[in-house]
Ligand binder design. Structure first.
Ligand SMILES: Cc1cc2nc3c(=O)[nH]c(=O)nc-3n(C[C@H](O)[C@H](O)[C@H](O)COP(=O)(O)OP(=O)(O)OC[C@H]3O[C@@H](n4cnc5c(N)ncnc54)[C@H](O)[C@@H]3O)c2cc1C
Length: 459
């Protein structure tokens, strides 16, 4: 006999819990299922722990540079990785346990702990329990991808989840993958005191960004003593005693990097292969993501997919936005859509990269007439005052509509500054709105109006 609910939610990532609580608050009888840790990737192995570690790493970095600011610290700066991890665990626990309590104490909401699998369109099994509902919401997220690299079967590598258990300082961390996740770990471990080598298959770091951004980021990381090996087309791992050897170049011979630990950070895959989706007839795309329409409906009318598993976003804010879109559609009759949102994210190296809208490469490819403004952080007063002038900011504007097309801001505080641009983009207002705004001095954001006064045609 199945237990009947109005709605079943699979996964407690960044969309499921808020949706569950909101549906339950309307009097619906709701079940939510989690197989591992409440809060999913962001809370346990993604955003929250990494940004907590980034904060520890920054503190170490600032302490090492204290003399430049006139501070005298006698003795060298050492990092106690056990305390770093304990601090990270405490911050994670706050969210993870808070979420668990919230869900378990919500009226009309039942929490199941176990692995959910479909039995058919309306029924889901969790262990011995069979649940059934009119509507089912899938929020199962993703995990680190493990491509078929030679030597991976020797088990001598870490990923973003196993990195969370590290409470020691790797002597030499080899980070395989020079993109968002890999770069954050690379810089933080360098700052903790490890030797770090980034091994990237492509010709440059973080290939989705413009070339000038990739180059500036490479410079920032190299300035801190990180080794960067690009164009490593044939990566292979080999365990050598207590070391790990990473082959970085198969084309021109026997080039290996030998480290104490290897971190594999080469992308993510959705958790969709072990849900028995075929029993409900739910379609996947060629990469294993659940196909959804602009309002997050799968091909089965009563089943929806939210968050990373639908391939329409790969961030906490995109997953949470999926929840908002669905709740608006289902409960408020407000026809919100995924395509209403503007690409926005940050890369949390230090200084961070804040991104919104199109890249310069995308603008050029679109063939439209555009304007561009660029300013090095060395010409931003606040950055000079703080002694942190690495990076640059650039903004692109449509020459016809005068609307902002995109921005890439690489510099101190730029993960926050980007929002002043993003909000004007959402308002679909011409750039003059922000150009004429009076901003507070001294801030990084005060230079955005100035930059917009310096726009030039994009050649
Ligand atoms: C190292 C790292 C750093 C990151 N940093 C950032 C950042 O700074 N900012 C940002 O916006 N994003 C960041 N992300 C991405 C962000 O973590 C994800 O985009 C976000 O967590 C997606 O959430 P989700 O809702 O799709 O699902 P997830 O958070 O992945 O949660 C899915 C949940 O579903 C559960 N589940 C899966 N299958 C089943 C099943 N069959 N039955 C029951 N339960 C199941 C899982 O156990 C998990 O708890 C980072 C990711 C990583 C890996």
């Amino acid at each position: 006999m199945a237990t009947t609910y109005d709605a079943i939610i699979i996964g407690t990532g960044q969309a499921g819990p808020s949706l569950a609580v909101q549906l339950a608050s309307t009097g619906m009888k709701v079940a939510i299922i989690e197989r591992k840790r409440f809060g999913g990737t962001c809370v346990n192995t993604g955003c929250i722990p990494t940004k907590t570690l980034v904060a520890s790493a920054r503190a170490a970095h600032v302490a090492r540079h204290a003399a430049e600011y006139g501070l005298v610290i006698s003795g060298s700066i050492a990092v106690d990785m056990k305390i770093v991890k304990e601090r990270k665990d405490a911050v994670v626990r706050l969210s993870n346990e808070g979420l668990e309590k919230w869900l378990k104490n919500t009226e009309n909401l039942t929490v199941y702990e176990g692995h959910a699998r479909f039995e058919d369109v309306h029924r889901v099994r969790v262990g011995d329990e069979l649940l059934e509902a009119d509507k089912i919401f899938i929020n199962v997220g993703g995990r680190a991808s493990t491509p078929p690299l030679r030597g991976l079967d020797q088990g001598s590598y870490l990923n973003n989840s196993t990195m969370m258990d590290v409470n020691f300082l790797p002597e030499h961390l080899i980070v395989i993958g020079g993109s968002y996740v890999g770069l954050e770990f690379a810089q933080m471990y360098r700052r903790f005191g490890s030797e770090v080598t980034i091994v990237e298959m492509g010709p440059r770091l973080i290939r989705r960004e413009d070339e000038d951004i990739s180059e500036a980021i490479k410079q920032i990381l190299e300035n801190e003593g990180i080794n960067i090996r690009l164009g490593a087309e044939c990566i292979a791992l080999e365990k050598r005693g207590d070391k790990v050897a990473v082959n970085v170049d198969c084309v021109s011979g026997d080039k290996t990097v030998i480290g104490s630990h290897a971190l594999l950070a080469v992308g993510r895959v959705p958790n969709t292969a072990d849900l028995n989706l075929e029993k409900a007839g739910i379609e996947l795309d060629e990469r294993g993501y659940i196909r959804v329409d602009d309002q997050l409906r799968t091909n089965v009318p009563s089943i929806y997919a939210l968050g990373d598993c639908n391939g329409r976003g790969a961030f906490t804010h995109t997953s949470y936005n999926d929840y908002e879109i669905l709740a608006a559609n289902l409960l408020d009759g407000d026809q919100r859509r995924v395509s209403d949102r503007i690409t926005a994210y940050a890369l949390y190296i230090d200084p961070p990269l804040g991104r919104a809208g199109m890249t310069e490469t995308e603008v050029r490819k679109s063939g439209r007439k555009a304007l561009i403004a660029k300013r090095p952080m060395a010409r931003v007063g606040r950055a000079v005052e703080k002694g942190e002038t690495q990076g640059f900011m650039k903004i692109l504007v449509d020459a016809g509509t005068k609307e902002i097309l995109g921005a890439a801001l690489l510099g101190i505080e730029c993960d926050e500054v980007i929002h002043s641009i993003l909000d004007v983009m959402y308002a679909k207002a011409p750039y003059a709105v922000i150009q004429r705004a009076m901003h507070i001095h001294p801030t990084v954001t005060e230079l955005i109006p100035t930059m917009l006064g310096e726009l030039k045609p994009l050649e």
